[in-house]
Each structure stands twice: as C-alpha cells, then as structure tokens.
Design a protein around this ligand. Structure first.
Ligand code: PLP
Length: 429
C-alpha cells in the first residue's frame, strides 16, 4: 500500500516549485542607473515612468507611488475625509491591513461577511451594516476574485459613501473590461514581496478623479502638489524610492507574459481538479475579462475525506512537497488582532472590543478561515503543466489515503478543543 509522506512514505515531489520573487537584467540595469544617477527618491523619473505605466495598464488616469499597501489604504481614507466617529465597512476575510488602516484614521472598521462563491464582500451584508455613521466601503479583491463592484457602487451612490478598492491581490485584473482600482473612487495596490508584482515593499494608488489625485499626492509628499499650478495641501512623507520604482518597471515589463502563463496553467488546474471531489476551486466568474490572480482559492470539504480536518490535509500535502497554504484568519479573530484590545485608544463612548469588532458575526468568513479555505500562491502557476499535474496528483494522493491520517486528525482535534477551552477560561478571568 502506498504510504503518505507524513507517515514516512516517499514524497510525491521533491523538486522545488518556481521561486518568487523573480528578477532579470531590466531590474539589475534599472537599479544601477538609479544608483549612479544620484536621484534616489523624491518622485523622480523612474517613479513617474512606473506610476504612469501602471496607471495606464490598469486603465486609471492617475497613479501615485506610496511606501506600502497599508499606508496607501490609510491615505485613501484620509483623502475621502474619513476620521473619528466614522464607520467603514470592510470584509471580515482579508489581511489585517484593510481594517488596520481604518483604525489608523480614528474610524471604526465594521466587518461584513463575504460571498461563499467569491470570498469577497457580500453586497447584501454591506447593506445590512449601513448606519448614519457609515462613510465608506472598502472591498478587497481577494486571491483570484473581484468583489461585486457594480452592486457596491450602487449602494455607495444611494448612501453617498466613498469606495476604496483594496487591490493588493488584483494587479492587472479586469471585470467587464474595467480594471481593478478604477471602479471605486480610489484603488490601492501593494508591491510587498509576496505580491504578483513586487519591489519588496511599495504601493500605488489609482484614481480617475483629478481632485482626489491632488489630495493623495499631497498626503504622501508633505503637501506638495501634483502639478506646479495646483496649490499646496497637507501631508507627510510616505514616498516610494527610485530603487523600488526601477525594480517595478522590470516587474511590469514581464507581467503580461506571466499573466498569460498563469491563466493557461490555471485552466489546466481547474480541468484536472474536476476529478477530485471535496476540493473545489472558487468558480470562474464569466465577467472577469482578465485574470490577475495573487492566489487560487479552494474550498475543502472534510466530509469527502472521512472527516479529516483541513489543517491535517494541508500538513499532509506539504509533506508530499505540495505548497498548499491556509487562507487569512477572519480579522476579528486573528491572533495578531487580539492584542489590540489592550493597546487601542478609543473615542468617547467606544470600547476597544467594539472598535476591533470582536464578536462580529460573519459565519461564511469564519468557516473559510477555520475549516474550509485553502490557497495556492500565484508563483506555483508560473511553471509548467507538469508542475500543475504534480499539485493535483499530490492532492489526489492525500485524498485517496486519508485513512492514514486518523491519528493526526485526532491529535489536531484534541489540540483545537484544548485551545478553545483555554481561550474560554482566559476570556472569563
Ligand atoms: C488584502 C491586502 N491588503 C493590504 C495589504 C497591505 O499591503 P502591504 O503589505 O504592502 O502593506 C496586503 C498585503 O499583504 C493585503 O494582502
């Protein structure tokens, strides 16, 4: 009988998958040029060239470089005049930065649940959370899906709300021909090192609104205007460097080719995954006119694998050499969010627990985060069809031998139970 690697058998794959990040001569040359030019920062020629090219690629009329994708969200909120006393509706399933940015401007993040099919903000849940204090909606285009922007924009119009698209995962993505980051009032793209276009850190804000572009330009550059004719505004230093922009020019030049390769490999992956009951990629959205995925999200059904918990299945896959990942934790339950309860400063009548959304009720996000969500990062799909075949064969191998995982499953379930009991005792004391 074939033995799973986690039980001491031979791993299905020992060869590495394509590594990330990648670079080449364009980045090397660009970095040298910056080094020797003496212009290392200050909205220089590389930054202007990159942000113009990126805005053009996304279909936005303005692109502005910013230090990272957490700060950029914060600046977008400031530009929309969100502040203390305001509420911003954010998805419960996202990286913490989406909600953290709201706290940073003194407003309260209100968590809304996501759609089971896209894992992005559910418009009906947004409607249910609107109050007279709601000032903005902050949808995230998560992993390889886009939020229902048409419906969200309609809600925003009805209630005069600002919309900021968190596009940290959505470089190059398009829905019905419209680029991510060009549908809401502002779009925010991260270039942190795991992202599908990267300079280690960095971000771009996109907008089609000339007034917002001026405001954002000042906020990130000590109040300096975008064009000499405009007046000064008010801001601090959140600039990107010329080194980052030089790297990003290289990244952008090979990005369309990478998108094509990833899309072809993803089609093959979807085709092959049809034979595996119990692990289903989030569905193809026919409205998406360009894939731009950061990760491929998958729904795991433990009942198809004799009740094997997802965490054990992932552990077994990793032992086989398949780089399966967990999804984000639901923000208000995340282990990096909890310490906030003792650190956050609140306005009058607000408690830290309320500000941090502890106890928010978002069952779809909670189920994805705790039991059923998995993801494969984009660079796994930058290789060959054979790489994709190995991923699927690894999933099939673990799936068809999950009876060997019984001991692991019992241990994991016991560990979870003990952790739950300890948390309950701690929260009472
Ligand atoms: C959805 C989402 N929003 C915002 C961010 C923040 O971006 P950065 O890491 O560049 O600060 C990230 C990055 O991890 C992210 O995944």
């Amino acid at each position: 009988m074939e033995k799973l690697a986690i039980r001491g058998g031979t791993p299905l794959r020992t060869k590495p998958f394509p590594v990330w990040p990648v670079h080449g001569e364009i980045e090397r040359q660009g970095l040298l040029e910056v080094l020797e030019s003496g212009i290392w920062s200050g909205i220089g020629p590389k930054e202007r060239a990159f942000t113009d090219a990126f805005a053009n690629f996304s279909g936005a009329s303005h692109g502005l470089g910013v230090a990272n994708g957490s700060i950029s969200l914060e600046l977008a909120l400031r530009a929309l005049r969100v502040g203390p006393g305001d509420e911003v509706i954010v998805p419960a399933l996202t990286w913490l930065a989406t909600a953290w940015a709201v706290l940073q401007v003194g407003a309260r993040p209100v968590f809304a649940d996501v759609c089971p099919s896209t894992w992005c903000l559910d418009p009906s849940q947004v409607r249910a959370r609107i109050t007279p204090r709601t000032k903005a909606i902050l949808p995230v285009h998560l992993y390889n899906q886009m939020a229902s922007m048409g419906e969200l924009m309609e809600i925003a119009r009805e209630h005069s709300l600002g919309v900021i698209e968190d596009c940290a995962h959505a470089h190059g993505m398009q829905i019905e021909g419209k680029g991510a980051g060009t549908i809401g009032h502002v779009g925010s793209f991260s270039f942190q090192s795991s992202k599908s276009m990267t300079a280690g850190e960095g971000a771009v804000l996109t907008t089609n609104d000339a007034c917002l572009a001026e405001e954002l330009a000042g906020l990130r550059n000590c109040g300096r205007p975008l064009t000499p004719e405009s007046g000064a505004t008010f801001g601090s230093n959140y600039r990107i460097t010329e080194f980052q922009a030089a790297v990003l020019l290289g990244q952008l030049s090979r990005f369309p080719g990478q998108l094509e390769r990833k899309a072809a490999n993803l089609r093959h992956f979807r085709e092959r995954m049809r034979d595996i009951a119990g692990i289903v990629p989030t569905p193809v959205n026919p409205k998406l006119t360009r894939d731009g995925f950061y990760a491929v999200s998958l729904r795991y059904d433990a009942s198809a694998f004799g009740g094997t918990p997802r965490d054990v299945f992932i552990e077994a896959l990793r032992a086989e050499g398949i780089p399966m990942e967990f999804t984000y934790e639901t923000v208000y339950e995340a282990y990096l969010w909890k310490p906030g309860a003792t650190r956050i400063r609140c306005g009058a009548g607000e408690s830290p627990e309320e500000m941090l959304g502890f106890g928010s009720d978002c069952p779809v996000s909670e189920d994805i985060s705790r039991n059923s969500g998995m993801k494969l990062l984009h660079h796994v799909f930058l290789g060959t069809r054979e790489d994709v075949d190995d991923v699927v064969d690894g999933i099939a191998k673990v799936g068809s031998h999950c009876d060997q995982l019984r001991m692991h499953s019992l241990k994991t379930m016991a560990r979870k139970k003990i952790r739950g009991l300890l948390n309950a005792v701690r929260s009472r004391s």
